[in-house]
Write a protein that binds this ligand. Structure first.
Ligand code: AMP
Length: 311
């Protein structure tokens, strides 16, 4: 089992969906990634920052999932990163209502000493300079570096983001972000262009329409599980990334074939995340529920076809 370093926001989120509205609740990219990765019992550490307003209870929640939080800095006099979003009726698109960087604005990440030799690094969504700062602290080259980002950073720190993209093995972004990054409408062409920017593996997340994994000429597709209830998609992308990274860290196999399974785990875990607001569902997720859903996934995607009839 490899060690896993996760960097990303640990945040307050305020969310509005057609089904309801929350006040400030626990959110953040690293939070969702960590909760998903903890499902694999890997040795994982979160590198992030929060303000003095961040409840101890939330930190305890992460620590109780066996996530090392010694790299989560607490700036007593500062305010925690805050994000607020409102989903449209299709639940696949949203408007960002507020992004308040607060303590994130002057954050200098510190990777805990005993994680500087981690084999797997998951650069979750936050400022690309912070992502780069984490990479630079690793004292040996990780076996795999995975990057997740979003349009916000393409809008305000594109050059810095491109420098990080150059250094990673895998990128996970959503379809609109892939289009924005490359200026290409076709996701196949966008993935080819992104591979030329650095990462040899490109995962494009398409919300309720599943995810695509590209590597050279190889493509793999995993649908999203059709769910009865979708309550709040916030964090689904991060949960996907956490499941993907956690599975790779657990299996220590970074091949395209194994990444296919990692995509399935990522999709499966994300399917739970959306069933309740914020982290509610992931917090109480049990291993047997994951197992049941994986077998549903298998049934959903397996079919027999006789191809000789067409020759
Ligand atoms: P997702 O739904 O997977 O895109 O992730 C939503 C999570 O990302 C929320 O919990 C937010 O706190 C966090 N988030 C939103 N905007 C940003 C940003 N610009 N940088 C880092 N994290 C963000």
């Amino acid at each position: 089992m490899s060690k896993l370093v996760i960097v990303g926001t640990v945040a307050f989120d305020a969310i509005e969906t057609p089904f309801g509205k929350t006040d400030k609740i626990l959110g953040g990219a690293a939070t969702f990634i960590g909760l998903a990765a903890s499902q694999f019992n890997v040795d994982a550490a979160i590198v992030s920052v929060v303000g003095g307003d961040f409840p101890q209870e939330y930190l305890d929640l992460l620590a109780n999932k066996n996530l090392d939080i010694s790299g989560v800095e607490i700036v007593k006099e500062g305010k925690t990163f805050f994000w607020s979003g409102k989903y449209h009726n299709d639940m696949n698109t949203r408007d960002t209502l507020a992004t308040e960087l607060n303590v994130l604005a002057d954050f200098n990440p510190v990777v805990p000493e005993n994680y500087k030799n981690a084999d797997v690094v998951m650069l979750g969504n936050l400022h690309p300079l912070v992502q780069m700062g984490v990479l630079e602290q690793m004292n040996k080259k990780p076996k795999i570096v995975i990057l997740d980002t979003m349009n916000f950073w393409m809008d305000c720190a594109l050059d810095e983001l491109k420098s990080v993209i150059k250094k990673v093995d895998v990128i996970t972004i959503n379809d609109e972000e892939a289009r924005q990054l490359t200026g290409e409408y076709s996701l196949v062409v966008a993935a080819q262009k992104i591979q030329k920017m650095g990462p040899k593996y490109v995962v494009i997340k398409k919300g309720e329409h599943g995810a695509l994994l590209f590597h050279g000429e190889n493509v793999f597709f995993a649908p999203a599980l059709p769910l009865k209830e979708v309550f709040d998609p916030t964090g689904a992308g991060d949960t996907f990334a956490g499941g993907f990274a956690g599975y790779l860290a657990k299996t220590e196999d970074y091949s395209f074939e194994n990444m296919k399974t990692a995509v399935i785990y990522g999709s499966t875990l994300a399917s739970f995340c959306v069933e309740k607001f914020g982290t509610e569902r992931m917090k109480q997720l049990e291993d047997k529920e994951v197992y049941q859903r994986l077998s549903q996934f298998k049934q959903l995607t397996q079919f027999e076809i006789v191809l000789e009839n067409h020759q």
